[in-house]
Design a protein around this ligand. Structure first.
Ligand code: NAD
Ligand code: ZN
Length: 367
């Protein structure tokens, strides 16, 4: 059973195919969007060990020539140095305007290979084959690509939409459980920001999904992609509604920065805590009822996600420090923080009306 979600962007529209075993049939799936039978695969060492052979064999069967570039795994790979190295390697493999780059991996590979594709020869087509749950429900969809610089994450990048996304839930079988859970936090985000019925469904089916249930994974990835595709189609360059996707991210980014991006706290874990905090702050401001906050906390706890900074040893960080991290965020304009708050589960909204002292009082635990 393969599901297809269309991202509607006029001439740059593309399909997201979601199913089990798509990498083993990648050659045929990609053919329709290739101008010639050649694909240059960009991946990382972990993903190459688990899945590169499957993709290459499928391409051979479909008469597609392949070359592979294997990069080191980890967030550090999203750097200018690796970008330069990757662009050089693509040029050495004579990648031209009519070639196709295949980003096979998690968000790190998708963001880096996508950005390389956007600038190489002023733009080469690429396909996303996301292999983490986070990449399948979030980073592979929507066309944001980037690298990090010492001043901050994702500060250098481009919008470059893929030609096709192949989300194979079978690829998740080799993903470490902690990474599955981190990606699951972003799945829950779609329910919390705009689809209460999806959150109800996740309360029932989330545990099976996390344990590896294929049908539940396909359903959850498809519903998440539908939600993201709809928001991206309405607001490709994040001038309005797309900011809803940042639910939990203003708080979450502050925790990630405090954690130092060294594995202390994964992005999805920070977002889980950040979403609980967005609910708590909303309740404190009288916008949302306490039962909804409790439901969110209970669900994350039930599946094994953290719900407070202390769950990752990040308690006791002064509120000013967290606010300082938040102020570094791209989402600050005229010195005012943009927050995504909620009126309840499934009812998020974007606001710039929250005063820093109110956030500070909440973060310091003042009554
Ligand atoms: P990742 O790409 O680092 O992958 C996590 C780990 O899992 C890595 O060690 C990787 O080698 C390994 N891995 C990947 N697939 C595997 C598989 N199938 N089996 C075994 N191991 C596997 O991290 P991620 O969480 O996928 O992505 C995080 C990145 O995504 C961040 O850089 C973030 O900024 C970016 N991101 C981008 C967007 C966007 O819109 N472009 C959105 C959200 C996040
Ligand atoms: Zn995120």
């Amino acid at each position: 059973m393969t599901r297809t979600v269309r991202v509607d962007l006029g001439a740059r529209s593309y399909d997201i195919a979601i199913g089990a075993g798509l990498l083993a049939a990648a050659g045929d799936a990609m053919k329709a969007v290739l101008s010639r039978p050649r694909v240059v695969i960009v991946t990382d060492r972990n993903v190459a060990d688990a899945h590169l052979g499957t993709v290459e064999a499928s391409c051979v069967r479909s008469g597609i020539e392949t070359a592979a570039i294997v990069l080191p795994p980890g967030e550090a790979t999203k750097s200018f140095a690796e970008l330069e190295h990757l662009c050089g390697a693509l040029i050495d493999r004579r990648v031209g305007r009519d070639d196709m780059i295949l980003a096979l991996g998690g968000g790190v590979i998708g963001d880096l290979a996508g950005f390389a594709a956007s600038i190489l020869r002023r733009g080469v087509d690429f396909i996303q084959a996301p292999t983490t749950l986070l990449a399948q429900v979030d980073s592979s969809v929507g066309g944001k690509t980037a690298v990090n610089v010492p001043q901050g994450k994702n500060l250098i990048g481009a919008f470059h939409q893929p030609r096709l996304v192949l989300a194979d839930v079978a690829a998740l079988d080799t993903l470490p459980r902690r990474e599955v859970l981190a990606g699951y936090a972003e799945v829950v985000k779609y329910g919390l920001l705009g689809d209460r019925g999806f959150f109800d469904w996740l309360e029932v089916n989330g545990p099976a999904l996390i344990e590896g249930d294929r049908a539940a994974r396909i359903e959850a990835v498809a519903r998440s992609c539908q939600a993201k595709a709809r928001i991206v189609a309405a607001d490709e360059r994040e001038s309005g509604e797309r900011a809803l996707l940042n639910l939990g991210h203003t708080f979450g980014h502050a925790l990630e920065a405090e954690g130092g991006y060294d594995g202390t706290i994964l992005h999805g874990e920070a977002v889980a805590i950040g979403m609980v905090q967005a609910f708590e702050l909303s309740a404190r401001l009288g916008l949302c009822n306490g039962q909804d906050v409790e439901r969110v906390r209970r669900h994350f706890t039930a599946v094994g996600l953290p719900v407070r900074p202390a769950d990752r040893g990040l308690d006791g960080v002064p509120a000013e420090r967290l606010l300082h991290h938040m102020a570094q965020d791209k989402k600050v304009r005229d010195g005012r923080l943009t927050f995504v708050l909620v009126r309840g589960i499934g009812e998020a909204f974007v606001t710039r009306d929250v005063e820093a002292p109110a956030v500070s009082a909440y973060l310091s635990g003042e009554a």
